[in-house]
Design a protein around this ligand. Structure first.
Ligand SMILES: Nc1ncnc2c1ncn2[C@@H]1O[C@H](COP(=O)(O)OP(=O)(O)OP(=O)(O)O)[C@@H](O)[C@H]1O
Length: 272
């Protein structure tokens, strides 16, 4: 289970574009210019949401909404500036090792080692997570079977297709049998069959009682897969509920219209 409360993260602005922001609000943003700091990029303004075990939770937001930054804070890769979050009861700021034991994270850009084979990539990560050599080899064998990776398991990852990279990254995230799994835009670049396969795996993990969180900007995908949806826009959660709850609260017929309505409501709530 994940509980995030008012997570906030900004980054130092680099490069020469700092003057641009002070001229006005960001394109597509409903935030007023006064909330923007010319020296900092606010990636996540205030994110609070809960993701329960046995449930698929979708973090739905457009490009630049703060999805990856939120997931990276939850995965203990970066520290929040403010706010707090717990993964299976462990604090992401103070119980880093415990959080990592309980969490499997598949980052946006797969991040696999090109010189290692698929099998070696997964074994390496499993060993980092505390499995001994025999355990790691056995676990990797299971994952290769489960994710149908036989045809490329012993090839170097350099040159892998997007789908092959995604499978390796997913296997790596599952290596230590984490209770909670977070996937950052997992279907990016996958074909229809690979996407279907991944959806089945996600459904099965939730059915087995795992907490699964994934980020996406694809409405149909989130609508088809998620039990719970958290809409993120401009670094804040605009609305969170079941699909039917979101449709009811916005008075819309489909998620796309509901998404626009929810972000408009958030914009109207923002301080002037
Ligand atoms: N390390 C960083 N330094 C500066 N700005 C950053 C950094 N990381 C993220 N940002 C900025 O924070 C904002 C949110 O980025 P983030 O990657 O979290 O969004 P996202 O919702 O995952 O977007 P996408 O769907 O495009 O991947 C963006 O404006 C991004 O440029």
């Amino acid at each position: 289970m994940i509980i995030a409360e008012q997570l906030h993260k900004s980054f130092k602005r680099t490069g020469s574009g700092s003057g641009l922001l002070s001229l006005g609000k960001r394109f597509g943003s409903r935030k007023k210019p006064t909330t923007l700091n010319a020296n900092r990029v606010v990636a996540v303004e205030s994110v609070s949401f809960a993701a329960e075990d046995g449930r698929i939770t979708g973090l739905l937001g457009p490009n630049g909404a703060g999805k990856s930054t939120t997931l990276r804070m939850l995965a203990t890769l970066i520290k929040p500036d403010h706010g707090s979050a717990r993964v299976d009861g462990f604090d992401v700021s103070t119980d880093v090792l415990k959080v990592r034991q309980h969490l499997g994270f598949m980052p946006h850009n797969a991040g696999i080692y090109p010189r290692l084979s698929a099998r070696e990539n997964i074994i390496y990560y499993a060993r980092l997570c505390g499995l001994n050599k025999v355990q790691a080899e056995a676990r990797v064998g299971q994952l290769i079977e489960q994710l149908d990776m036989h045809s490329f398991a012993d090839r170097r990852a350099n040159g892998f297709s997007q789908g092959q990279k995604t499978k390796v990254a997913l296997a790596r995230a599952l290596a230590h049998r984490p209770q909670t799994l977070m996937l950052d835009e997992p279907t990016n670049g996958l074909d229809v069959m690979a996407t279907r396969g991944l959806r089945e795996i996600i459904r099965q993990l939730a059915a087995d009682g795992h907490c699964v969180v994934f980020s996406s900007h694809i409405m149909q995908e989130v609508a088809a897969l998620c039990d719970h949806i958290a809409i993120i826009s401009d670094g804040s959660i605009a609305m969170q509920d079941t699909l039917s709850g979101i449709l009811e609260r916005t008075g819309e017929q489909d998620l796309e219209d509901a998404f626009i309505a929810a972000t408009r409501i958030l914009g109207d709530r923002s301080p002037t």
